[in-house]
Design a protein around this ligand. Structure first.
Ligand code: PGA
Length: 251
């Protein structure tokens, strides 16, 4: 199985100089390699670094994504960033509903509004869902995932989207010390897939949470998992590149 997406979520881990350096290094590493053209390599720096990263990666194999967006077109929304601004930087993807944003108060309704706005503007939302450790332990994963999926997708047009399954407790910085096994992630994604209303037929599902060069092949061994959202292991260009090489070995 060939993965289609490898998405770097740099969160608030790199300042603009570091983002500039890592994007430049990744571009140089990729320039020397033959990468399968079906693999989409997406960098999601913080808002401040988007413009400089956009400049570095133009005419490269890398495309740009944002970590969040606001759903209104324009107006008195202090601190927010519009889709128009993202489009001007040639952003193609937007992470929506990451658990770290939900933890800061983003509701299912807001996730839905953001996903809708992203699709209406012809960008691709990467909609994140996932259960907490307590929910997982209580056997509530299915219930939580089904709720998050149905609310996020409510009244969405049938345009292409990416759904990222990220068990919160498997995220490297969650502090749980645990990571879901690839077999279990595959089983959960099976459940997730079934919870998507039948009229949606244009999406891919990816996995996120402590993905590394060591485990990426196991996570993408299922045809249902079309790639990964990578946090920590994407912060150093060489390390991210080693993941890319694992899924697309150079012949
Ligand atoms: P991680 O983060 O790879 O560091 O676990 C993934 C994410 O939060 O998207």
């Amino acid at each position: 199985m060939i993965a289609k997406y490898l998405i770097a979520n740099w969160k608030m881990q790199l300042d603009q100089d570091q983002a500039f350096r890592q994007a430049t290094e990744l571009k140089n590493l990729l320039n020397k390699e033959k990468i399968n053209k079906d693999l989409n390599i997406i960098l999601c720096p913080d808002f401040i670094s988007l413009a400089s990263v956009a400049e570095i990666i133009k005419d490269s194999k890398i495309v740009l994504g944002a970590q969040d967006v606001f759903y209104e077109k324009k107006g008195a929304y202090t601190g927010e960033v519009s889709i128009t601004s993202l489009k001007k930087l040639a952003c193609e993807y937007v992470i929506v509903g990451h658990s770290e944003r939900r933890a800061l108060g983003e509701s299912d309704e807001m996730v839905n509004k953001k996903a809708k706005a992203v699709l209406e503007n012809n960008l691709i939302p990467i909609i994140c869902v996932g259960e907490t450790l307590a929910e997982y332990k209580a056997g509530l994963s299915k219930k939580v995932l089904t709720r998050q999926v149905s609310k996020a997708l409510k009244n969405l047009s049938n345009k292409f989207f990416i759904l990222a399954y990220e068990p919160i407790w498997s995220i490297s910085t969650s502090g749980s010390g645990k990571v879901i096994s690839p077999a279990e992630a595959i089983a959960q994604i099976e459940i997730l897939k079934k919870s998507i209303p039948a009229h949606f037929n244009n999406f891919d599902i990816i996995y996120g949470g402590s993905v590394s060069a060591q485990n990426i092949q196991d996570f993408i061994s299922s045809p249902n998992i079309r790639g990964a959202l990578v946090g920590n292991a994407s912060l150093v260009a060489k390390e991210f590149f080693s993941i890319i090489k694992k899924i697309h070995p150079v012949k």
